[in-house]
Design a protein. Structure first.
Length: 345
């Protein structure tokens, strides 16, 4: 098996810079749509054979160095007792937002072996399919990000209701976050037990917080989560999107790898974080539209900067956009491999 990705996570020597792409199993691939057209989004997440098929597609089509489980960060919230739907042109919707004590009390911490079997079965299928190929990444949302969806009832621009609860009902907020964190610990530990070889925590919305609020209302739950995941023995990646101002605090999460978005250079991240954590990132997803020569220049710069880190995994600074031409994604993987030394004597 090509274990370059796992070695980079642990800060071990690698022959070239490994690459995978956030949202690599998704809407930019025609092959994905061939499968997706047979299901609703949630049905696809809950059908192990189909979810495994789309998880495998970027490995076979792009040649990335890691696969990531196809699922959604919100499926555990549904099993906590918050009915979930995905609406066209709107995204995830919780019809009954969690905004008072009674709603929080109704939430349960599910047993993933009983309630999220389809996710674990997908992982087991993928491990068989990937046995001689590349490692498999499992994932979840971070507690704060998951809480925002529950409190807001979906996505938000202002996160008014979330911050209102944080500031005006902090005890209620903490009770909600404790339940979400307990759920996420069980969920990710079960993913590792099923065969996930690394675990990524997506904190998609944490960049809306001021540093003081991050330290009080988000970071402690990530720290709790990562401590529990250390028991699994697999590398943990923490990605705080739009979190350039939070890097030093994010390091205290205890994660083995910190994902960085495109708003901070890898050079800056290395200078601020030192040599005891690996880095993942961080090309702007839309920069894939650059002409090949200019894209190669950017890729080479990121690779060079990444060599200064304990370990470096090339990725985009967020998920690949659905409109991205597949040939551009293929070119990116090729450039990273060639420019970082894969295949050289």
């Amino acid at each position: 098996m090509n274990d370059t990705f796992l070695k980079a996570c642990r800060g071990e020597a690698v022959p070239y810079t490994p690459i995978w792409i956030m949202r690599q199993a998704g809407r930019y691939l025609p092959e994905y749509h061939t499968v997706r057209d047979k299901f609703t989004f949630l049905e696809l997440c809950k059908t192990p054979e189909a979810a495994a098929e789309v998880s495998m597609q970027p490995v076979d089509i792009l040649g990335v160095d890691a696969a990531i489980l196809f699922s959604d960060i919100l499926v555990p919230m549904e099993k906590m007792g918050a009915p979930l739907d995905f609406l066209e042109n709107r995204g995830p919707v919780f019809a009954h937002p969690i905004r008072d004590a009674a709603a929080v009390d109704r939430l349960v911490v599910p047993d993933p072996e009983l309630e999220l079997t389809y996710v674990l079965d997908t992982i087991r299928i993928l491990r068989r399919e990937l046995a001689d190929k590349v490692p498999l990444i499992g994932f979840s949302g971070a507690p704060f990000t998951l809480a925002t969806y529950l409190i807001e009832g979906g996505g938000s621009r202002t996160f008014w209701h979330t911050k209102q609860m944080m500031y005006q009902a902090p005890e209620l907020y903490r009770k909600l976050l404790e339940k979400i964190t307990a759920c996420t610990i069980n969920y990710l530990q079960a993913q590792a037990a099923a065969g996930a070889q690394a675990l990524q925590i997506f904190d998609s919305w944490v960049g809306v917080l001021a540093p003081d609020d991050y330290a009080e209302f988000a970071l402690p739950y990530v720290q709790w989560l990562v401590r529990a995941l250390k028991e699994t023995g697999v590398p943990v990646i923490y990605f705080a999107n739009n979190g350039a101002t939070l890097l030093e605090m994010a390091k205290t999460s205890g994660a083995d790898v910190l994902g960085v978005d495109w708003r901070v250079s890898i050079d800056d991240a290395v200078a601020r974080l030192g040599q005891d954590v690996s880095l993942q990132g961080n090309l702007d997803p839309v920069a894939l539209l650059l002409p090949e020569d200019r894209l190669a220049t950017r890729v080479e710069r990121i690779i060079a900067q990444g060599r200064k880190a304990r370990g470096h995994i090339f990725n985009l600074g967020h998920g690949i956009q659905p409109e991205t031409p597949v040939e551009k994604a293929k070119l990116l993987v090729q450039l990273v491999h060639e420019l970082s030394g894969k295949g050289r004597a």
